[in-house]
Structure formats: C-alpha cells, structure tokens
Design a protein around this ligand. Structure first.
Ligand code: AHM
Ligand code: MG
Length: 334
C-alpha cells in the first residue's frame, strides 16, 4: 500500500462525522483525544523494560489487586487527555473506587461520560505479553453545567455511544465502533499515526478456538464442564477438537477471536460467583464491539448489553464471540 493511500484515524473520524449531521464534532474530538492517550501509553508500554518502570506500584486497587506503575500512568494519561478537551464531564476507571469528575475548564459542560480500564491484563506487563486499554462512551444524563453523578455512569450497554479498545501487541492497534460497524487502526510508529488497517471488521460466524481459564474447571457450572468435554471430542464435521487459546489478557484473547472466530468464556467460579470481569469496564465495551462485528455476548441468562448496572465495580460472567459458538455453549447451559 502506498503511503498516499493511508487513511489515518484523524481523517477517518472527520470523514465519519458526516454520518451524524447534527453532531458538533465533540465525539470526534473525544475519539481523537483517546487516540492521543493511547499513543502515549503505547510509547510507555514499549519502553517499559528499559526505564525501570516495571513492577508493582506498592498499592492495591479497589478489588484488592496489585497495581502496576503502568496502570497508574495509563489512568493519569486518560485523565489528562480527557480533561483538556472539555467533551467529557466525568470518568470512571477500573483504577478508581468512585467516579472522577474531570476538572478541565469546560469539563462541567461536557456532554459525554467515559469508562476506562486503562491497562487490562496488567499481570502480563512484567512478562512482555500483550495488554490493552478499554473505553466506553455514554451521553451524560444530568444537565450540562451541573455536577455529574454516579447515574451518569451507571448506564446499560444498550445506551452506549461508542466503545473500543487498544491492544499493545506485536503492533499497537485501536479498534472502535460508534454503533455503525467496527474498524481497526494500526499504529505506524514511523509517522506516529493510527492507520486504517482493518476496515469494517466482521467476526466469523463459527470458529475453532475456545478461550477460558481451564485451570478453574473443577469450579465451573456443569454446563460449561460439559461444553469443555464436547470441544475436546474428535469430530471431523464440526472440526473438533477445538484449539485452546488463553493469554490471560482479555483484549488480546478477544482480538484474536474477533478476527479468527472463537469463543471467550469467563464463567462463575466458587471463588468468584459472578465471574471475575467487570461489567462497566470490560464486559460492556467488549460486548458492544462483539455485537457490532456480528458476534454475541451473554451472561448465559441475559444479553450483556441489556444489564442495568447497579454498581461501578460490578462483575458478571461472560460468554462472548462468534455467534454459533456462543449458541453452542448456551445449549450446554440449558
Ligand atoms: P485486570 O483488569 O486486573 O488486568 O484483570 C482482567 C484480566 C483479563 O484481561 C483476563 O481475561 C482475566 O483477567 C484473566 O483472569 P484469570 O487469570 O483469572 O484467568
Ligand atoms: Mg481489567
């Protein structure tokens, strides 16, 4: 591809704005700011091994898990990038107990609300394995100019305006949707731009990959245990046995399955009866992308995007990915 044919993220966002004739460009600016934060985090992640910034920060987050220095850097980067634009009135982050009203000059009037997991899969940072950033954007429900509240953030996924993720892998990719399909951009470090590399991503309806932490299998619901036995049987017609692929970074596992076809499962366990993953920060945004690409996402009882959240750090079980594969898991859960 000639450099002259490259479509940068900035150009793509401007081109797409015509699809929203009444828009004033705030969402476009917000997406651009997210792209800037992602580029800075990508730079920090890439030099992590060089600059002594690896390792524990010495504190724990609200879930009692160790916080890495890069988690803090990622969180601060987003607060900085989103405060200056004034499009966002309040942010919620996996790294903060409560909502974080932004303090930029125009933030109180911001129309949008953002939820982020600045560095998901952070236990993989020290061992040079892919990690990522997840974001989701809603319209605020409170009046512009007033103090934002928790109700601005606690909204069901079916109210999303946009969501996406950045995967810091062999290359850095930003994948997002505003509800009109999914597009992926790869960071070209030589020009410092995200370039459109995966237009209109559609996930295969079927696949041969299952992603689950099978080490916890003894604690899984019977239906999941039976499904796991089924995927290991030999059957040419259904291409079984399937391949097990589990990185332990949801974004990386999700991204691979999105492109190749597969199912990602984090079921309830005895230790975590609601599963491990967070509704607001992980499950809703990834489910939005999955559905926009033609996939499915459910707790087994209800569509993830229809759950009315009750608390910021709520966890839910999740079965997500290629639609036929999700349906197959559900057959075992009946
Ligand atoms: P984190 O937000 O603390 O990084 O945890 C979320 C991660 C996901 O990326 C991944 O799918 C999951 O935790 C792995 O959990 P487990 O080690 O229990 O399989
Ligand atoms: Mg996370």
């Amino acid at each position: 591809m000639s450099d002259f044919n490259v479509v940068t993220l900035g150009q793509f966002i401007i081109d797409k704005q015509v699809e929203f004739p009444y828009a004033k460009g705030e969402l476009s600016r917000l997406l651009r700011d997210i792209g800037i934060a992602a580029k800075i985090i990508s730079r920090e992640v890439n030099k992590a091994g060089l600059t002594q910034i690896l390792g524990e920060h010495g504190s724990t987050n609200v879930q009692g898990e160790d916080v890495k220095k890069l988690d803090i850097i990622g969180n601060e980067m987003f607060i900085w990038a989103l405060s200056k634009g004034g499009e966002v009135c309040v942010m919620a982050s996996e790294e903060n107990d409560d909502i974080v009203p932004l303090e930029g000059t125009y933030s109180k009037n911001g129309k949008y609300v953002i939820c982020i997991d600045p560095l998901d899969g952070s236990s993989n940072i020290d061992v040079n394995v892919s990690i990522g950033t997840i974001f989701s954007i809603y319209h605020r429900v409170s009046e512009p100019g007033t103090d934002p509240t928790i109700n601005d953030v606690l909204q069901a996924g079916n109210k999303l305006v946009a969501a996406g993720y950045v995967v810091y892998g062999t290359s850095t990719m930003l994948v997002y949707s505003t509800g009109k399909g999914v597009n992926g951009f790869t960071l070209d470090p030589s020009i410092g731009e995200f370039c459109l590399s995966h237009p209109d991503i559609k996930t295969p309806a079927d696949g041969k990959i299952y992603s689950i932490n099978e080490g916890n299998a003894a604690e899984f619901p019977e239906g999941i245990k039976n499904y796991l036995n089924w995927v290991k049987e030999t059957d040419k017609a259904t291409s079984r046995p399937y391949s097990a692929r589990y990185i332990g970074s949801m974004i990386a596992d999700f991204h691979r399955n999105l492109l190749k076809g597969g199912v990602f499962i984090y079921p309830p366990t005895a230790k975590s009866p609601n599963g491990k993953l967070r509704l607001m920060f992980e499950c809703i945004p990834m489910s939005f992308i999955a559905e926009q690409a033609g996939g499915k996402s459910t707790t087994s009882k209800e569509r993830i995007l229809d759950i009315e959240p009750s608390e910021l750090h709520q966890r839910v079980p999740i079965i997500m990915g290629s639609p036929n594969m999700v349906d197959k898991v559900l057959e075992f859960m009946k």
